[in-house]
Design a protein around this ligand. Sequence first.
Ligand SMILES: [Zn+2]
Ligand SMILES: [Zn+2]
Ligand SMILES: [Zn+2]
Length: 293
Amino acid sequence: MNLPDYLRCVEIKELLLKMGIHSIPDLKPVVFEREVSSTKTVEIQNPQLAFAEKLKLEAVALDQVDVAIGKDGIIEVNGIKACAYIKKQKQGVNRYNKTSTYRYHLCKCQTIEGMIASGRKDRYVSTTRSDGTFPVIDQSVYPACEIEVTLELCKNCKILLESKGMMPKPYSLKVFFDRFQPEIPSKIRKTEQVIVKEPYAPNHREIADRYKEQANFICQICGVDGSSKRFCIHLHHKDGDGNNNNNSNLSVLCTDCHSKQPHHPHMLKNPTFVMQIQEIKILRREQGIPQLG
Ligand SMILES: [Zn+2]
Ligand SMILES: [Zn+2]
Ligand SMILES: [Zn+2]
């Protein structure tokens, strides 16, 4: 069996209030923190490194990488200087000598310029393999088969390299890469955007607003709901010290109950508060809450 809730009985509540028996519950603490966005620098493994290792061993299709021409005019794939050549060779492969009449390129020579202009990157592969031997597919035989052959540097590329002073003597691809391939850093720094929660000192206005919100704008003494007249709901500091925002020192009160707190009779001399008390009395009547003596 449920016992009746006597505090819901208007007469009993009225009587208790007249006897001054009411307790003001402490407000729950409000955490004042805000989200701030900041940048953090982290060191990560350079993704270029793994690609550079792969490129030393394999020929990678040019249409699968970023192809650019560096400031020095050298072909770069994913930012790494590399040579480019046609892998599927229709003729010119000498299977006995393991040579081919095809050439590999390092510069933006006429051939590479033509390749870029026509968008026909798909015929080309790139590599940084430096022993002068290249895997090609000999299409002069049926079925076509893969074979490693020696390729020479394109004549136009050679002229361009000489004009830039980038033609080592004696020349080999290994010497070229050793001299002109910049060191790839193993780690790179990356900045990340992070959102962190940070405690902060709120102003008085904000403290009051947040606590009133937390109490749903309901007076902690008489229970009047002031959410429709929020200016009639105050944050009261029990010890009279407006800077003491400890939870145990705070309560949310309607103007009427507030004016009845110790050391608050001055409120009744303020016409604004007197007007607010009238509003509270109207709200109480509407909400079936007894008026206090
Ligand atoms: Zn060339
Ligand atoms: Zn009240
Ligand atoms: Zn007060």
